[in-house]
Design a protein around this ligand. Structure first.
Ligand code: GLN
Length: 407
């Protein structure tokens, strides 16, 4: 199967009944690559989900929840037991104070928390500052809510932030800053100094920070996750988004949440109620068990992912694909300029066909696809045996690559 790359044609749906809003959405390349991987029997190092289950005690908790009353709607903004558990963990791990009755909204994954937050904050014409490369959902989030995105580039290879570029992105129309730390797709963990700068800009321009912290437990090499809401008076102007998906390897459970000042939480609850009513109740109940996992669980998660990161980065470099070990998340953004491929789609399709490894073309993380034309993203949230297989395939590809390159 081949695919029309964004360089050659638009993605217009040929039916005049389709709204302009949705015509403006890209197709999710991340999800598409999972489908293409399956068609080619490729190892899926594209979409960021584990190929292993949540811990057994969470599976048991989910089964118990189905057997004991978790089959009808919960309170729209979240089961009270889960909200209490989220509030406790946010205090203990992040240092965020919250009242489960006032400040919490449980949603269908962090995805819905982000969309509901944007719908609650944005009027058409408002601007949203978004770091680029960005997780591809933020584009449609801006479009549905009516926000005009203002992109601020994180620069390859260390994804550093240009202070002047950031400052000049803020103006009187800026309503929100979307932040994702640790960051998908770059793996960047924003430093305390960078977060302080962001906090000062938000405060000076009366901007709300909407922070997606879903990778908070995947910070490596002794680094530390810092929640923006804990800086200065930022709690008054921060929506902190998180969820079960990544920390507990339960991306299909669709349980996420937002922690926000009470007026904003009220607004997000309304948007959420009319979007989805509630997150799956049984999995909310299982979430109480997830949030009660001991500290050793998080230590082991970090240790295990750091080891997987090191294996994949070593293999990629050995194959001549340039990258730096990411400070956080389970993604590695790479540069394949050393190889004579026209663009990221050509390289990604080559890797699927010649190497049976699926990646995400870099262009899908940029507003202008050309900016990512020499990059592809790999994930390492996979079992050791899956990584063994991928690394072996990369090795074979590297040895035989002269024969499989385009001429
Ligand atoms: N966050 C994951 C990724 O970037 C996937 C999320 C999704 O597909 N909903 O791959």
């Amino acid at each position: 199967m081949s695919r029309t790359s964004p360089y050659r044609s638009g993605l217009t749906i040929e039916d005049p009944r389709v709204s302009q809003r949705v015509q403006g959405f890209p197709e999710s390349v991340i999800r598409e690559m999972t489908r293409i991987a399956a068609l080619h029997g490729a190892v899926n190092l594209a979409q960021g989900f584990p190929d292993f289950d949540p811990p057994p005690e969470l599976l048991e908790a989910a089964k118990r929840a189905v057997d004991h009353g978790g089959n009808q709607y919960s309170i729209t903004w979240g089961d009270p037991g889960l909200r209490a558990a989220i509030s406790r963990k946010a205090r203990e791990f992040n240092g965020i104070e919250s009242d489960p009755e006032q400040n919490l909204v449980v949603t269908c994954g962090a995805t819905e928390a982000m969309m509901a937050s944007m719908l609650s904050l944005i009027d058409p014409g408002d601007e949203a500052v978004i770091f680029e490369p960005f997780y591809e959902n933020y584009g449609p989030d801006a479009r549905v809510s009516g926000a005009t995105p203002r992109h601020v580039r994180l620069e390859w290879p260390d994804w550093h932030l240009d202070e002047e570029a950031l400052k000049s992105a803020f103006n009187e129309k800026t309503k929100v800053l979307i932040l994702n730390t640790p960051n998908n797709p770059t793996g960047k963990v924003f430093t305390q100094a960078e977060l302080k700068l962001l906090a000062d800009l938000c405060t000076d321009h009366d901007v709300v920070a909407v922070t997606d912290e879903i990778y908070e437990h995947m910070v490596y090499d002794g680094g530390r996750h810092i929640s923006v809401a804990t800086l200065g008076s930022m709690a008054e102007r921060t929506v902190t988004i998180n969820g079960l998906s990544k920390t507990y390897s339960a991306t299909g459970w669709r349980v996420g949440w937002a922690i926000a000042p009470s007026t904003l939480a009220t607004a997000i609850r309304r948007a959420h109620d009319f979007l989805t009513v509630c997150a799956p109740h049984a999995f909310q109940l299982a979430g109480v068990a997830a949030l009660a996992m001991p500290p050793s669980y998080y230590d082991e998660l970090r240790r295990s992912y750091q080891a997987k990161r090191d294996r994949l980065v070593t293999a990629l470099r050995a194959a001549g694909i340039d990258c730096r070990p990411p400070g956080g998340t389970y993604y590695v953004m790479t540069d394949f300029s050393a190889f004579p491929f026209a663009d990221d789609w050509a390289f990604a399709m080559h890797l699927i066909q010649s190497c049976q490894i699926a990646t995400v073309p870099g262009s899908s993380f940029y507003a202008d696809p050309r900016s990512g034309r020499k990059q592809v993203r790999f994930v390492f949230c996979k079992r050791e045996t899956t990584l063994d297989d991928a690394i072996a395939r990369l090795g074979r590809w590297e040895q035989g690559r002269d024969h499989s390159w385009p001429t």
